[in-house]
Design a protein around this ligand. Structure first.
Ligand code: AMP
Ligand code: GLY
Length: 421
């Protein structure tokens, strides 16, 4: 069991990273925490290195002898873990190759097909004309996905040919997602309800690391465009221990055995009448799922990560201890998100909100300007509350949300309030 103090470098600047920093700081094993580049919520720990500056991050980790944890996907795609490991530095995140499960949807789909992992049927296209012909055949009743990373915005669930044509134009002709849209995956549309299953993996085996339900659409009742996530509840509803173990055996563990994946593996599942099917893999924890999940973790998070890295999963999985509460996280965002967020507005009421019992306010798009807290991104704050019931958790979260404001603030009002299925 790890017992000496460590310096930790946490890479990222979202709500997920503030939640990770908050949890890591509770560990007696932490010596220094550095967050690159962080946000106003992690101000005391921030270093001014961008999450995409692989060389500077590696040099910094080397100089301070850091254990590195990577929050978002882009540094994974840019090979941060490979660079750190080539310097013999320890990390708990996947390599560039392992992260392809997230960074290329066409790779992930082909991987699932060859390894009999349940997922929607699909075809892959690299030109507008043949993709459009295919959509015509399906009368536009398809899901169209840009192959590469698009911050959760490159997926179009279409109901008719007009919508499908517009999605293909956005990706292939307007090239809104740049090279991420060079290839397109077109999938069969699944129905059911969605569960985010997170697993902790040591390269050989995997254990569950909690479940959640994300709310990806911008507007109440799952209307409007897809976003990075407008709120989350944890644990997932309608997903019992038996279903969890089944998904671990049929989906997560085969992936880990085949790819040697280490770090957090996230499977976005659709629970269909034929069982769970994978909508996507992420090579990291979810945002905002992490903000709902981590307040429910009682045990020492850093201790588990170090033990897994040093000794494998066997000893560490026994240490993970979750409370039996429900949690609800409401994302407060800027006017214009997810397309063009308007930023730079002072945030009011945060101190009052934080005084409420059982409230955790995690920052994302925030920064300090002349000692004032201002908005600086699309998703600004993740307001999480815990409760004995989901309805308690949701009620408390919304009591806090009511106290916080800025010009153009926007949030969903139904997180944890209506059953997602
Ligand atoms: P993804 O980023 O691939 O998880 O897709 C984003 C969202 O689009 C998912 O959370 C689902 O709500 C929806 N979606 C993706 N794929 C499908 C599918 N094959 N059938 C129905 N909905 C889907
Ligand atoms: N909330 C979805 C994600 O993190 O990709």
């Amino acid at each position: 069991m790890a017992d000496s103090k460590v310096n930790v470098l946490l890479v990222g600047s979202g709500g997920r990273e503030h939640a990770l920093a908050w949890k890591l700081l509770q560990s007696p094993l932490i010596n220094r925490l550095y967050v690159a580049p962080g946000n106003a919520g992690t101000e005391d720990y921030n270093i001014s290195i961008s999450a995409t500056d692989i060389k500077s991050l590696t040099n910094f980790a080397k100089e301070k002898g850091c254990f590195t944890i990577v929050g978002p996907e882009i540094p994974l795609e840019l090979g941060l873990v490979d660079a750190l490991e080539s310097e013999l530095l320890i990390t708990f995140s996947p390599s560039k190759e392992e992260a392809r499960l997230e960074t290329s949807k066409s790779y992930a789909k082909q991987f699932m097909k060859s390894n009999h992992i349940p997922t929607a049927s699909f075809d892959i296209f690299n030109d507008y004309g043949s993709a459009l012909d295919y959509c015509r055949d399906k009368e536009g009743n398809v899901v169209i996905k840009a192959d590469g990373l698009a911050s959760g915005k490159g997926v179009f669930v279409c109901t008719n040919l007009k919508e499908a044509t517009s999605a293909l134009k956005t990706i292939f002709i307007e090239r809104v997602f740049g090279d991420s849209g060079k290839i397109v995956v077109i999938e069969e549309k699944l129905s059911g309800y969605e569960v985010s299953l997170m697993a902790i993996c040591d390269g050989k085996n995997a254990s569950p690391f909690g479940t959640a339900m994300d709310h990806k659409r911008l507007l109440d009742q799952d209307k409007g465009p897809n976003t990075g996530g407008m709120g989350a509840i944890s644990p997932a509803l309608g997903f019992d221990e038996k279903q969890l173990e089944n998904a671990m055996e049929k989906i997560i563990r085969p992936v880990v055995r085949k790819t040697g994946f280490k770090g957090f593996l996230y499977a976005g599942l659709m629970i269909t009448e034929d069982g769970p099917k994978v909508l996507e893999f992420n090579a990291r924890l979810g945002d905002p799922e992490t903000q709902a999940l981590l307040p429910r973790l009682r045990s020492d998070f850093l201790q588990s990560l170090l033990d897994i890295t040093e000794q494998g999963l066997d000893s560490a999985e026994k240490e993970l201890d979750w409370d039996s509460s429900y949690s609800c996280c409401v994302v407060m965002c800027s006017r214009g998100y997810p397309s063009n967020a308007e930023v730079g507005f002072p945030i009011h009421g945060l101190e009052d909100a934080q005084k409420l019992d059982g409230i955790f306010v995690f920052h994302a798009g925030t920064k300090m300007r002349d000692k004032n807290l201002i908005t600086s991104g699309g998703r600004v704050l993740s307001v999480t509350a815990k409760g004995d019931t989901l309805s308690d958790a949701s009620g408390t979260a919304y009591n806090a949300v009511k106290l916080i404001s800025w010009e153009g603030e926007n949030h969903r009002s139904d997180i944890g309030r209506t059953a997602p299925f």
